[in-house]
Write a protein that binds this ligand. Sequence first.
Ligand SMILES: Cc1cc2nc3c(=O)[nH]c(=O)nc-3n(C[C@H](O)[C@H](O)[C@H](O)COP(=O)(O)O)c2cc1C
Length: 155
Amino acid sequence: MFHSLCYISKANQFFSKQQLNRLAESSKRKNEAQQVSGALIECEGLFIQTLEGDEAVINNILNKIQRDPRHSEVTIVSIDAAPMRRYAHWSMGCFSVPRSMLPAEIFEPNVLHRKIITPAAKQHIERLQEDFYRAHRVAGGRQCFVDMAICPNSA
Ligand SMILES: Cc1cc2nc3c(=O)[nH]c(=O)nc-3n(C[C@H](O)[C@H](O)[C@H](O)COP(=O)(O)O)c2cc1C
């Protein structure tokens, strides 16, 4: 059984497109080596990431992510056993999106601090990630833990 983790966090620094690219590239490499797949959305200093793979591996990455000084207020939206991967073709697909594409509530002050994300916001985020996945995944190839696709401000 796979495990799927989704969290939101707040960047502690400004991430240029190049820095975001580097973060996604290095995550992609590490994830690929551990058969982890997932998606990372960046929006105006917020990160939303889904990671899926073996439970122990996901917990280990989560530990590292929680200690990473580049972001803080890591807020777990969900961590569940999952019957299958949602993002099987991506070792880490990465997107920057405009604020209008995310539920307004996640920008409210203290939402991360209080660690409360509503089910509606969670669904909204999942749909957004899945839409990107459908639009950008590489067709075919079970083994293809592919490609970071950076789509700045894509609609
Ligand atoms: C927003 C964000 C997303 C990250 N995503 C991943 C990831 O998907 N996989 C990963 O291994 N590390 C990820 N990292 C990096 C980890 O926090 C950590 O720096 C890295 O796993 C350490 O790797 P090492 O044990 O090889 O030194 C992410 C960091 C940030 C800030």
